[in-house]
Design a protein around this ligand. Sequence first.
Ligand code: SF4
Length: 345
Amino acid sequence: MHLTLDLESEAAMDNILEVKDLRVSFKTFFGEVEAVRGVSFNVPRSKTVAIVGESGCGKSVTANSIMKLLPDPPAFYKGGSILFEGEDIVKKTDKEMRNIRGKSISMVFQDPMTSLNPTMKVGKQIMEGLLKHENISKEEAKKRAIEILKMVSVPKAETRIDQYPHEFSGGMRQRVMIAIAMVMNPKLMIADEPTTALDVTVQAQILDLMKKLQNEFGMSIILITHDLGVVADMSNMVEVMYAGQIMEEGTTDDIFYNTKHPYTRKLLASLPRLDMDRNNKLQAIHGTPPDLYIPPKGCPFYERCDEAMVVCKDHPAPISEHGKGHLCRCWLYDENMPKEGTWNL
Ligand code: SF4
């Protein structure tokens, strides 16, 4: 059984993307790093799925695998499939991927400062995709680029289209990134930490803009983030990732109000809350994620888990269901586990 939402019976929730048992590794001088280890999840049409977890847990590798943007070598697909509208992206050639990227699936990268080309005017960067994928003149492409800049609320779009990225503020640069991602009206947008480099006010504006564009165009979004506040605000479903695996998945309400996995609980406990007693300290998750050169045999969270049991160390945790589509990878919920006593460390 894979950690995946069973949505097959719900025709209304058809999926634009189905990731099944995805395995991605990196060949390095010291050996193989298993960065993504059997990840499965679905993205329903017009919905937002958030992938959350600490740095290094495999979120961005998963996102880049969907776009086939990982350099091969050292990265390689070890197994599984990524079905986009029923077609396996893993099997696509570079040429086929060039027709999918930007047009059907687009990506907003985390740092607009380094993701935009500093030597090209922003208008040219927005027009690039249009000129490549659509049979239109430069004048028509420029008109569309100005329209999209206005749509993402860049003031004086007619003038700013001829400016370079360094002439824009951080928030405005991120709007340009979103304009580039949106200009072809993609079916799926992958936003990899889209607001990490921005201050909170600008962050709220960018998130509102993404929601507005999603409502207008009906695209699906995969939101990669470590910020649970952003997740609560934006997503319909959440995948909690750790050490290259999905630990818990469910609706946003499942994850926030019916939390099952000890790792998710710890992530939530590390968040500041408005109703928190000011004398209470925020909880840190002690320790570090495991070394994926030698992935642990059992539960990867074993070394950091307050509820760890003997069985967790060497045996992969089973997946249990806690309501429709709410799944958790943890020994605590195995039906054969004794409720008390001897199994605890
Ligand atoms: Fe903790 Fe064991 Fe559950 Fe892993 S399987 S999260 S170690 S209780």
